[in-house]
Design a binder for this molecule. Structure first.
Ligand code: PLP
Length: 454
């Protein structure tokens, strides 16, 4: 299994050939094979057992039956949830990382790869205007990053108020905060002070008023802002929220898992004013910075605080601490073992240059604007709000939830697009989430045309 024998040679040829073909797909199709567990059981039957099989037979089953039984998030026709659009360079380099077994825990084990990852983190920190002292690490996703950051926020609050020992802490959140924030607060045994606003954009004014009206402001540990809500692409009032956080000595966390990449787009950069006040900031390159799954950047204004919370100590780990020039990614999140998941992004950024990234992000923003204009021009459609980033919410006059569901099902069945409906203020509506620079206005028009017959 570990030597380079005939079987290994055979796999190198066939698996690399398969990977090469997948990489050459342009565009990537949507796909949608079987989702029936019984059918999948039949397809896989007999393969996993005490005896091995010919690698080409196993690869054949994967290629013909498993690989198409997905909806490909990297297809330019994938317009639901938050899509993915990894560059070819990043995908290729992900293979290199996979082949290299880099243990990304510590400087001792992976100084070179971690240094390159840190250059990317520095680029992101510069885009956000965070101080030179800022730093952090790459984790598996926005959920992991939010959890790691808010664990630090809670700990910092605890240390500042030892008199509150044993009592629950709270975080201020907007009504549109991502579901992972609710999950994080539950895991950390914290509660949410939800501050609703008329237009779903959390503002400094609304939060200041909520704190004034609150009966227990001493239990507040953090303000959680979103720089690009998942459902609607709204950027909260970061300047106002950062100011209120400063006034009340609250941790200011900015969840830019989806929208943080907009920092690279000059046309919307002003909307992020105040992001430089963040104590912690999350941006998922596996979303809008065109990296493969799974890759989230987590940055702290004062990484020493994060280290004081997340550092793991054990006799066998002593050697990783106190290395000259040391930067141990494990010190900045709850994880220990860690893939050097920032490297594919580093490689692709170096190959293509930052300008190409800015242009690709602007392309999706521009498509959202064109789509909004197209929706406004059709009398059977209604734009719900002007897109700020690359999400567009709209309704079809007279449609009920079942109409949206069958429209979306038909689009997927016909392999036109994947865009499941969402809800807005309790109403089922349609939603485009653009991200792939090759999604065309032509495709958008086709999709909207298919709503014409009510
Ligand atoms: C704003 C926001 N935060 C957090 C997350 C969670 O990220 P992940 O799915 O990488 O855990 C998402 C995912 O869409 C998101 O949009």
């Amino acid at each position: 299994m570990h030597s380079v024998d005939r079987t290994t040679e055979q796999m190198i040829r066939s698996v690399l050939a398969y990977a090469e073909n997948r990489l050459r797909l342009d565009p990537v199709p949507l796909d949608r094979g079987s989702r029936d567990p019984a059918e999948l059981d039949v397809a896989l039957s007999g393969l996993l057992g005490e005896d091995g099989h010919d690698p080409d037979q196993v690869l054949g089953v994967y290629a013909s039956l498993l690989a198409p039984a997905v909806i490909s998030a990297d297809s330019p026709r994938f317009l639901g949830f938050i899509p993915a659009a990894p560059t070819k360079a990043s995908l290729l380099f992900d293979m290199v990382v996979s082949c290299a077994s880099i243990q990304g825990i510590s400087w001792l084990e992976a100084a070179g790869p971690i240094h390159a990852e840190n250059q990317v983190l520095r680029l992101l920190a510069d885009k956000a205007g965070l101080p030179v002292s800022a730093g952090g690490c790459f984790v598996s996703g926005g959920s992991a990053a939010n959890l790691s950051a808010l664990a630090v926020a809670r700990e910092v609050a605890k240390r500042a108020s030892p008199d509150r020992a044993g009592r629950r802490w709270r975080a201020i959140v907007g009504s549109e905060a991502h579901s992972s924030i609710g999950n994080t607060l539950r895991l950390l045994e914290m509660d949410a002070l939800v501050v609703p606003t008329a237009d779903h954009r959390l503002t400094g004014g609304a939060v200041r008023a909520a704190i004034q009206a609150d009966g227990d402001p001493g239990s507040l540990a953090a303000i959680v802002a979103t720089s690009g809500t998942t459902n609607a692409g709204i950027i909260d009032d970061l300047a106002g929220l950062g100011e209120v956080a400063g006034e009340h000595h609250l941790w200011f966390h900015v969840d830019g898992a989806y929208g943080g990449a907009g920092l690279f787009a000059p046309s919307v950069r002003n909307a992020y004013a105040g992001i430089e006040l963040a104590d912690s900031f999350v941006l998922d390159p596996h979303k809008w910075l065109f990296a493969p799954f799974d890759c989230a950047a987590l940055l702290y204004r004062d990484p020493a605080l994060a280290k004081s919370v997340h550092r793991q100590d054990a006799g066998y780990l002593e050697v990783i601490h106190d290395q000259p020039g040391e930067w141990n990614p494990t010190d900045y999140a709850y994880q220990l073992t860690r893939r050097a998941r920032g490297l594919p992004l580093w490689f692709s950024l170096c190959v293509h240059g930052v300008r190409a990234y800015s242009a690709a992000i602007e392309t999706a923003i521009d498509l959202a604007r064109q789509t909004a204009a197209e929706i406004r021009s059709r009398d059977y459609l209604e734009l719900i709000r002007e897109p700020e980033l690359s999400v567009v919410l709209f309704r079809r006059a007279g449609w009920r939830p079942a109409d949206y569901a069958s429209w979306a099902d038909r689009l997927l069945d016909d392999q036109v697009a994947f865009l499941p409906p969402t809800t807005w203020d309790g109403e089922t509506v349609a939603r485009f989430a653009f991200l792939h620079p090759h999604t065309s206005m032509d495709l958008v028009t086709q999709i909207l045309d298919r709503m014409a017959d009510g």
